[in-house]
Design a binder for this molecule. Structure first.
Ligand code: SF4
Ligand code: SF4
Ligand code: SF4
Length: 280
C-alpha cells in the first residue's frame, strides 16, 4: 500500500449539494477541457445523469430540486490502483488518481474494485479505454485549478488542499447549524470512508440514497480487501509469472491495435457507429 500523503500537500474538492442549482457549468467545463464531445443517448435511459466514457462528471437530479455532482473520489488508498496488476492507475503525489492507457490491458479489474462504481469503459472505441475524472492532474501540475471548480458560479464545488477543504467543510457546518445531514452531527462524506477520499460532500440529505456506492463502506482502506478478493480470480490465482506473461502479450496486442486504429483514424477510415453492449 502507498504511504499516506500529507493533507497539506495534496489537493481535494469539496462539493456542497445545498448550494448546487444544477446549472451544469462544471460538467460543461470538464467536457470542454477534455474535448469529450456529445454524450451518447444510451437506449436504456430516458435522461443521462450517469457517468459515461464521455462524461467524467455529471449532475444527478432528484425530485425536490436536489442536485448531486458525481465524479471519481480520488481515494487516499485507491482500490482501483491496487487492483490493477500492470499499474495503469496511479495515486499521484498531488492527490489525483490517474490512468495510463499505454499500460492498460483491458481487464477492468479496476471497475470491479471501485467502491463507488466510477470507472467507465469506452466500448464504442476499437481499442476501449478506462475513462474517469483525473482531478485535472495536468492542470494542477501547471498551478491551475480543476476546470469544473473554476466554473461553478455558486461555490457549490470548490478546490484546495485536502486540509483546507476539510477546514472549509467544518466552517460551513459551524456557520449554519442544522443545515447539513444528519442534523445532530453532520457528516463530511469522504473524510474517513474507505480510508478517506479527495472529494468531500456536504449535503442536507442522505447521499447514500442518491449516489451509487457499496453499502457499509467502512473506514478501512480497501486495497488489502481487493487483493484478497482478486487472488481468487484467474489468472491471478494461477500464478503471477504466468499472469504477467499473458499481461505483456495483451498489452502488446492492445498497443498494436491502438496504433492501427490511430492510423486508420488519420486516414479517415474509422467508423464510430457500433452499438456498445449494455454495461452501465
Ligand atoms: S473512486 Fe474508484 S476510481 Fe476513483 S480513486 Fe477511488 S477506487 Fe479509484
Ligand atoms: S476535476 Fe477535471 S477531470 Fe475531474 S470532473 Fe473536474 S474538470 Fe473533469
Ligand atoms: S457549476 Fe456549481 S451550481 Fe452549477 S451544477 Fe455544477 S456544482 Fe452545481
Amino acid at each position: 500500500m502507498l504511504p499516506l500523503l500529507d493533507d497539506h500537500k495534496t489537493y481535494a474538492i469539496l462539493t456542497d449539494t445545498t448550494r448546487c442549482v444544477g446549472c451544469e457549468a462544471c460538467v460543461g467545463a470538464c467536457v470542454q477541457t477534455y474535448q469529450l464531445g456529445n454524450d451518447r443517448a444510451w437506449r436504456w435511459k430516458e435522461r443521462i445523469d450517469d457517468l459515461s466514457s464521455s462524461r467524467f462528471t455529471t449532475i444527478i437530479r432528484r425530485p425536490g430540486g436536489r442536485y448531486v455532482r458525481q465524479q471519481c473520489r480520488h481515494c487516499v488508498s485507491p482500490a482501483c490502483a491496487s487492483a490493477c496488476i500492470v499499474g495503469a492507475l496511479e495515486k499521484t503525489e498531488l492527490g489525483p488518481v490517474i490512468y495510463d492507457a499505454r499500460k492498460c490491458m483491458g481487464c477492468r479489474y479496476c471497475m470491479m474494485a471501485c467502491p463507488y462504481g466510477i470507472p467507465r469503459y469506452s466500448w464504442e472505441e476499437q481499442v476501449p479505454l478506462v475513462r474517469k475524472c483525473i482531478l485535472c492532474y495536468d492542470r494542477l501540475k501547471e498551478g491551475l485549478r480543476p476546470a469544473c471548480t473554476d466554473a461553478c458560479p455558486y461555490n457549490a464545488t470548490v478546490f484546495g488542499t485536502r486540509a483546507d477543504m476539510l477546514a472549509e467543510a467544518r466552517r460551513r457546518i459551524a456557520a449554519e447549524p442544522g443545515r447539513y445531514f444528519p442534523k445532530d452531527d453532520p457528516t463530511i462524506f469522504g473524510e474517513h470512508e474507505v480510508g478517506g477520499t479527495a472529494v468531500f460532500y456536504l449535503s442536507d440529505i442522505d447521499l447514500g440514497q442518491v449516489l451509487p456506492w457499496r453499502p457499509n463502506l467502512g473506514n478501512e482502506p480497501l486495497p488489502t480487501l481487493t487483493w484478497a478478493a482478486l487472488s481468487k480470480v484467474p489468472p491471478i490465482a494461477g500464478g503471477v509469472a504466468v499472469a504477467m506473461g499473458a499481461v505483456y502479450w495483451i498489452i502488446g496486442r492492445r498497443m498494436k491495435l491502438q496504433a492501427e486504429a490511430q492510423a486508420a483514424h488519420a486516414a479517415g477510415a474509422v467508423k464510430h457507429d457500433v452499438e456498445p453492449p449494455c454495461t452501465e
